[in-house]
Design a protein around this ligand. Structure first.
Ligand code: UD1
Ligand code: CA
Length: 455
């Protein structure tokens, strides 16, 4: 069976009160529409067409995927009209699934159930029973429970408004039947729109049994109209991810205070404390412990690494059994080998640090190669930028850099070299020797501190 998916995304989203088209508002750092596209792909869709309108080229412009078919609906004349615009793109498909760019969390499992329901007939609807069905189209059934038609809130009688089973809008139809049904739609209703939902009574008139399926959870069919609803779905999504990770064996000290915006792969016995934010593509090896309030973005953290509280780690590699933080910042292109210690208020950028080296306090290390078993004292700064160009610093194995040293790049400290505390190093320091640059210390005897006269 060839599956085509039509995603409706032409609505304006006035209640978002935003210049950004609604479907581009992010859920877990990815546009809502992106989640829907991913779901369609997961179902094995042969073709995916997106109907867009408001926001113009902003919507297609936000997606690099070259295989998406973009269909412009200049005027929003109703859901039936919207799907009709995408029909040419669906030619040759067997089944057409209609999804919505502002309903981001429908699960593949639920949709597979619906796809199966459609195979025995020509139309299947995803419905749900709500305590408060206000605003939605209602599902009308006959005495035997067969679906008869859908009536929109604005067209419904008082009795029909009592019905609690509602139309989620998501449906699957036989492609050829859909072409015929949509061709016969009119807009003779309370809103003067071409209703997609009118195809239900057409199918019934042809003797088609209209099947229904229900989602596993109400959040799967919730649409986003304002930022409150978006936040609610974000929380739900985060809750699902947290559960999945815990089932995989991750300890989350508080699953309600954990956010994953991207993808996280984990080893065994990973432990994550509260308010940790994981962004992009992150790997945490076996036994990694992440302290509270830490942000990790696009990084790989080796086995047994301990990250203490309040660290910010971006595009970095951290070798096994290293200790980071508290309050460390690893910036892009930082590569730490095994058993490296990075301490508080240390910033590392575009540098490699070899095995067993320690940079424990208040330092800036940028554009630097640090050898093995190096000790970098508190307050060391690589002066890597001359206002126009970046220069490299090279520090050999077993070097000892005294506290409060400035290494003015380009400069090299040889293996086993010692740099005296407080030095400004502007020329290469030879290996296995002590190099220092320091003003001579003097003491002035009998000097008296200035004092204010007392009246
Ligand atoms: C629709 C259904 C209703 C269902 C409800 C679920 C119809 C006629 N009614 O009503 O039975 O309970 O969804 O939320 O289908 N859109 C376009 N182009 C258009 C019109 C709409 O792309 O011309 C898109 C919108 O961006 C939106 C979606 O389709 O994402 C639904 O449109 P909306 O007008 O909100 O439909 P409802 O009145 O809510
Ligand atoms: Ca709606």
């Amino acid at each position: 069976m060839k599956l085509g998916v039509v995603i409706l995304a032409a609505g304006q989203g006035t209640r978002m009160k935003s210049v950004l088209p609604k479907v581009l508002h992010p859920l877990a750092d990815r546009p809502m529409l992106g989640h829907v596209v991913e779901t369609a792909r997961g179902l094995g869709a042969e073709r995916i067409a997106v109907v867009y309108g408001h926001g113009g080229d902003q919507v297609p412009g936000a997606f690099a995927d070259s295989d998406l078919i973009w269909v412009e609906q200049a005027q929003q004349l109703g859901t039936g009209h919207a799907v009709e615009q995408a029909l040419p793109a669906m030619a040759g498909m067997d089944q057409v699934l209609v999804l919505y760019g502002d309903v981001p969390l429908t699960s593949q499992e639920t949709l597979r159930g619906l796809l199966q329901a459609e195979e025995d007939t020509r139309l299947a609807l995803l419905t749900v029973t709500l305590e408060d069905p206000a605003g939605y189209g209602r599902i009308l059934r006959d005495a035997q429970g067969g679906v008869q038609r859908i009536v929109e809130q604005k067209d419904a009688s008082v009795a029909e408004l009592e019905i609690e089973e509602i139309n989620t809008g998501i449906l699957i139809a036989d492609q050829q039947s859909l072409v015929q049904w949509l061709g016969r739609l009119d807009n003779d209703n309370a809103q003067g729109e071409f209703y997609l939902t009118d195809i239900v009574s057409m199918a019934v008139a042809e003797g088609v049994e209209v099947c229904t399926a229900q989602p596993g959870d109400e959040h799967e069919v919730m649409g986003v109209n304002d930022r409150l609803q978006l936040a609610e779905l974000e929380r739900h999504y985060q809750k699902l991810q947290a559960r999945r990770l815990m089932r995989q064996g991750v300890t989350l000290r508080d699953p309600a205070r954990f956010d994953l915006r991207g993808s996280l792969s984990v080893g065994q016995d990973v432990e994550i404390d509260v308010n940790v934010l994981i962004i992009g593509d992150v790997t945490l090896g076996d036994g990694v412990r992440v302290g509270a309030n830490t942000v990790i973005r696009n990084s790989h953290i080796g086995a047994g690494v301990q990250i203490f509280e309040n660290c910010v780690i971006e595009q970095a590699e951290v070798g096994a059994a290293s200790r980071i933080g508290p309050f460390s910042r690893l910036r892009p292109e930082t590569v730490l080998a095994a058993r490296v210690h990075i301490g508080n208020f240390v910033e590392i950028k575009k540098s490699e640090v070899a095995e067993g080296s320690k940079i424990n306090h208040l330092s800036y290390i940028g554009d630097t190669t640090v050898g093995r078993s190096v000790n970098i004292g508190a307050g060391t700064i690589t002066c890597n930028y001359d206002g126009a160009f970046k220069h490299r610093t090279i520090i050999g194995d077993d070097a000892f850099i005294g506290s409060d040293t400035q290494l003015v790049a380009p400069v090299e400290v040889g293996a086993g070299a010692t740099i005296g505390a407080g030095s400004t190093i502007t020329r290469n320091a030879p290996p296995e020797t002590l190099t220092l640059s320091r003003g001579k210390q003097t003491t002035i005897q009998g000097w008296i501190r200035p004092r204010k006269e007392k009246n």
